[in-house]
Every structure is written in structure tokens, then in C-alpha cells.
Design a protein around this ligand. Sequence first.
Ligand SMILES: Cc1cc2nc3c(=O)[nH]c(=O)nc-3n(C[C@H](O)[C@H](O)[C@H](O)COP(=O)(O)OP(=O)(O)OC[C@H]3O[C@@H](n4cnc5c(N)ncnc54)[C@H](O)[C@@H]3O)c2cc1C
Ligand SMILES: *[C@@H]1O[C@H](CO)[C@@H](O)[C@H](O)[C@H]1NC(C)=O
Ligand SMILES: *[C@@H]1O[C@H](CO)[C@@H](O)[C@H](O)[C@H]1NC(C)=O
Length: 440
Amino acid sequence: MAAAKTTMTLRQRLRKAILFLRLVGHGLRVYKSMISRIVSAKVAALFESEPKQPIDPAEVKNIVIVGAAFAGLYSARLLSGSLPRDGRWRIVVIEPNSHFNFTWVFPRFSVVEGHEHKAFIPYKSDYFAMGPKGMVRWVGDRVTNVKKEVVVLRSGEEIPYEYLIVATGSTVADGLPSRANVETKEEAVELLQAMQERIKKASHVVVAGGGAAGVELATDAKDLYPDKSVTIVHSRQALMNRFSDGLQKGTAESMERLGVEVILGEKAISETQDGQFITLSSGRKIPCDCFVNCTGQKPASGIMANLSPQSIAPSGHIRVKPTLQIDDDSLPNIYICGDVADAHVRNPNSRIAGRQAEICADNVVLAVRGKKPKYQYAEMWGDGFIKLTLGLDRSITQFWDGTSELLFPSEETERDLMCKGTWMAMGAQPFEDTGVYCDK
Ligand SMILES: Cc1cc2nc3c(=O)[nH]c(=O)nc-3n(C[C@H](O)[C@H](O)[C@H](O)COP(=O)(O)OP(=O)(O)OC[C@H]3O[C@@H](n4cnc5c(N)ncnc54)[C@H](O)[C@@H]3O)c2cc1C
Ligand SMILES: *[C@@H]1O[C@H](CO)[C@@H](O)[C@H](O)[C@H]1NC(C)=O
Ligand SMILES: *[C@@H]1O[C@H](CO)[C@@H](O)[C@H](O)[C@H]1NC(C)=O
């Protein structure tokens, strides 16, 4: 028995070692691809001459990108570095928000006071510095419909496109803590402050949804306010059920350590009239004077519903081919990336959105140069990692290939998580916000 046990652990250890090596390889590949892109953009800038005279505007063709978050913004950046520099191609980015939503910190800043302004990063035109000046046009509006050759804006304006990249992501009807459903930074900051205030005043906080947002918010709330009762309600049999066993176990242990009550196999249905209880699917009522809904993210695919209704999956995602072209042979010039794409991703995240953005951008560049799109998206397990906070001062990072897992528990000293680095990666000075954005 003992021998069998040792071999098991040995085999497990070996698997982990292999996983670790693959992880290093994955990291190197990602790094190499980034460097080679930067180098080739610089080389192109040296050798491909920009036009001496401005091109007749009627001859300039648009590549329209709808949505400028992890997927859309990154595809715009890559395109700006690799499209022909002859002035015949323009990238039009359409995005209603004044600021980039840094969703990762929303659960934390829904609880902890004083950092909320850091969650909204001004869009800076320097971010596109890989391409010639003027190649990117920024349109501060929302697309309401897509037709075969134009997109229609809320303002009524129609913008023609030669190629279209749809990167509209996901939405949540209930807004925070998953999304801030307002268009200006001032309003979004007020929403976060109101949520902090609601939690601060409450005695019984109930969080619905045992995915990352719900777990992070519940552990932060209990850690900051140990005297309040905090309960998390989840319909499945384990919190973080879509992740590895080790991460589920680490999550459960943190709930216990902090004293968060966990109710599994139940859904939160509605708050009672008096605002004192919440009713669960079994009919049970639990005390609740502050309800936080962390469920119900939906892909924002509505703009494609007229042009290609058959491409919208029952889940609301837009069906795609491996090249990330929409799965509709009549529309080969439309590409889809990020949370809105039905690319069979286990746990959508920003890294995956970014990799899909690369595939779309690279295929559009091929098409523009008269070649067939050849790059294909396949999920790489290394991209599906997650760093989950479990209270104010600790986290677990999980890598998982479906069989073996690597867990990196760590202490967290930054209350505002990765805000500073993200501002800098976006070309913005942390945390200066002058209110001057992408040539809006
Ligand atoms: C609370 C929370 C925490 C998260 N934490 C992490 C994390 O720690 N790490 C991680 O990797 N991922 C995390 N994620 C997931 C990550 O945020 C998403 O995978 C990522 O945002 C997807 O990027 P996207 O560009 O596809 O879409 P989104 O981020 O959803 O952005 C879509 C963009 O499109 C715009 N848009 C939508 N409709 C239109 C329209 N009709 N016209 C014009 N523009 C439009 C929107 O305004 C928005 O800017 C988290 C998500 C949430 C909700
Ligand atoms: C944040 O994102 C959501 C969803 O994409 C959007 O509705 C909201 O306007 C954004 N907020 C800000 C302040 O940019
Ligand atoms: C939580 O939000 C989802 C999606 O918006 C919604 O369907 C559900 O009814 C909400 N739950 C409660 C209890 O309000």
C-alpha cells in the first residue's frame, strides 16, 4: 500500500514537474511572439515608406473595431503595427466608454475604500504608437447595428468597413461588482463608493455566485469587516467549480479561515419586501440587508442579431470558425474575438481575449495583403490561469491542464492589486487623469 502511495506521489510530482516546464515554455513563446512583433513593426517603419502626399479620402479603407477592451484595443494596437503603411488603410475604433474598465479590481474596490478611481484608465493615443500617426481614428459612440458594409452608430452615423472586428465582450444587467454600467468615470466611481457604503452599513451581507467575482468579494468583505455575517450562495456543489480541485480546496479553506458561511446547491431568488431576508431556491430564507449579485454575465452579441441571427449560439456567444471569422460563409470579412466569441474556452479571461485579438489582427493583415487567413485559435492551457484573491492579503494562482495543476499561493501587499502596472501598460501615468483621451 505504502509503496503504491509513494509511486502515486512520484508520478504526480513528475506530472507537476512536466507541467512546470511546459509553463516556462509557454511563457517563453508568449514573450518571443511579443518581441518579434515589436521588431517587425520597427523594421516596417524603416523600410515601408509612408505616402508623400495625403491619399484621396475616398480611397482610404476602414478596418472597424467595435469595443476597445482587452480584445478590441489590443487588436487595434497590433493592426496599427502591421498594416501596410501606404495610407490606404485606417483603423476605426468605436467605443462609448470614456475609460478602460479594469474589471479585475472591481470586486476588491466594491469593498475597500479609497482606490476606486484607479479602476478606470484613460484611453491614451500613445497606446497605438506602433503605427504611423493618424492611422487610428477613435469614435466615442456605440454601435447599434451591423449591416453588410456599414456599422450603424447610436448617433445615426454609418461607418463603412472593409473588415470588421467585433470585440463587444460581455455585460451584466445588475452591473457591479462585475461591470460598471455607466459611461463616465465620475458615475462609475460613485457606483463603487455606493457599494462600499452599502456593505459597510450592513450586518448581513449575502453574495450570490461562487465564481471568481463572488469569492473575491465575499472574502474581502469578511476580512475587512470580521464582525459582519457574510454568506456566499452558489448553485453548484463547490465554489470555483470550473477550476482545479486544489483551487476549490484552497477557496473552501479560506472561507473557513475567515468565517464566511457557504451555502451550496442553492440559488438566491429574491429579496423579501422588507429588505431583511433573501429567499433561496429551496424556499429557505436567510437574513440579508445587503445583497450582492455576482451572477449573470452575458455575451454582448446583440449587434450581430440582424445580420447573422444563425451565428448567435443559445448561450448568446457569436459562433466562429477556427480563424475567428464569424461562422457565416457570406461574411468572410467579419472577425470576432474576446468574451463574445464562441471559441470553446473553459474560463474566459483577458489573456485569452488578447490571444484571440492577435489571431484576428494577423488574419486581417493577411487578407488586406490579398492572402487567405491562415492563423487559427486553439485554447492553450497556459492562457487559462487565474490569480484568485482570498481575503485582503493573500491569493492563489492556478495553472491547470485538465489533469495536473500548479498552485502558487502568495501574500499580497498591494491593496489596489495590479493597478499601477496596468495603467503603465496602457500608456497612462498612474494615477493621473487629465480627461484628455484618444482624440475624441
Ligand atoms: C469582476 C471581474 C473580474 C475579472 N478578473 C479577471 C482577472 O483577474 N484576470 C483576467 O484575465 N480576467 C478577468 N476577468 C475577465 C476579463 O475581464 C474578460 O475576459 C475581458 O474583459 C474580456 O475582454 P473583451 O475585450 O472581450 O470584453 P470586455 O472587457 O467585456 O469589453 C467589451 C468592450 O466593448 C465595448 N462595447 C460593447 N458593446 C459595444 C457596442 N455595441 N459598440 C461599441 N462598443 C461596445 C464595451 O464598452 C467594452 O469596452 C474578470 C471579469 C470580471 C467581470
Ligand atoms: C465599463 O464597462 C461597461 C461594460 O462594458 C460599460 O457599460 C461602462 O460604460 C464602462 N464604464 C466606464 C466608466 O467606462
Ligand atoms: C442576479 O443577476 C442576474 C443577471 O442579471 C439575474 O438574472 C438574477 O435575477 C439576479 N438575482 C437576484 C436575486 O436579483
